[in-house]
Design a protein around this ligand. Structure first.
Ligand SMILES: [Zn+2]
Length: 304
């Protein structure tokens, strides 16, 4: 099952060193989610050959410009492509006013409907759910209300062993119950245990997104055991004072969250423009959490 994260921007605040500001595309079992949308995001889609037509849900962490100034342009391009499908936007209170104002004063009319789900970033809740997955928001610690997101697959039914269907002559209408874990009674009255008919499903995977935030250990329970954690790492640790003042994290702090949360892999991003090469941030993080990678614009990371 597909579960892939594409980085559209890894820089903080302004574009620099061929890095754009924050936006990510998450393909989760063929559900296409956009997470944050910096200015220039639609150019990044073109640059890397990613498609935005399939996006039906957009998740916004907070209302700072480097996370939302790409939205009006992207939405207008969707409209110019004659999009008809409804689009759902999840974001802090104010996201609707922001977009309504942009479109009203520019007299822009979209070809599709937007359904807004305005959130209170101070509270954690399940903000989206379907048959395959849930998305939970949780508070981050930044200069304005900001939320992180946990994208989590649901546990799938057990896998039917195909050869057993023929072997026992199991009728089609019993297979759903067997996949749900029930034993099976054959017509001659013998009970076949479920574990003789099925194998374990693939373990559900999860992706946690934390940007922007200062070091905030209250996020640990929300991101615990994630398969992939994206955590911002704006500064090296010698600039801890600046990180605290600006509501951002150092690479060491991102790695400490990853370590304490027991995640499988850490991806760091939201790099300050002072770092032409973010390798120094990676080196720092790896001293605490070795399985760390840099977010690189255009790169695709598999969540497994
Ligand atoms: Zn911010």
């Amino acid at each position: 099952m597909s579960f892939k994260l594409s980085i559209l921007g890894s820089n903080a605040a302004v574009p620099a060193h061929s890095r754009n500001m924050t936006a990510q595309l998450l393909n989760m079992r063929e559900h296409h989610f956009l997470i944050d949308c910096a200015e220039g995001t639609q150019h990044q889609f073109q640059r890397f050959g990613f498609k935005f037509q399939k996006i039906n849900h957009i998740f916004i962490s907070h209302l700072h410009g480097d996370h939302i100034f790409g939205l009006p342009g992207l939405l207008l391009s969707m409209s110019l492509n004659n999009r008809k499908e409804k689009l759902q936007i999840f974001g802090p209170l104010g996201i609707k006013t922001y977009l309504d104002t942009c479109f009203s004063i520019s007299q822009s009319h979209l070809s599709f409907e937007i359904i807004f789900h305005e959130t209170d970033p101070q509270k954690s809740s399940i903000i989206f759910e379907n048959n395959d997955l849930t998305v939970r928001s949780f508070p981050l610690l930044h200069r304005i209300p900001t939320q992180g997101f946990l994208f989590k697959e649901k546990t799938q039914p057990r896998k039917m062993l195909k050869e057993k269907i023929g072997e026992y002559g199991i009728p089609f209408h019993d297979i759903t119950k067997i996949k749900d874990g029930e034993d099976w009674m054959s017509p001659d009255g013998s009970l076949i245990k479920n574990n003789a008919l099925t194998s374990d499903p693939v373990a559900p995977k999860s992706y946690a997104y934390c940007s922007d935030t200062a070091y905030f250990d209250q996020i640990i329970p929300f991101v615990a055991t994630a398969d992939l954690l994206y955590h911002e790492a704006t500064f090296t640790h010698d600039l801890l004072g600046q990180a605290i003042v600006s509501g951002h994290s150092t690479a060491i702090q991102a790695a400490e969250i990853a370590k304490n949360a027991g995640v499988k892999k850490l991806l760091i991003g939201h790099f300050s423009s002072r770092y032409a090469n973010p390798q120094c941030l990676l080196n720092e993080a790896k001293t605490i959490f070795p399985n760390t990678e840099l977010a690189i614009d255009g790169q695709v990371y598999s969540v497994d």
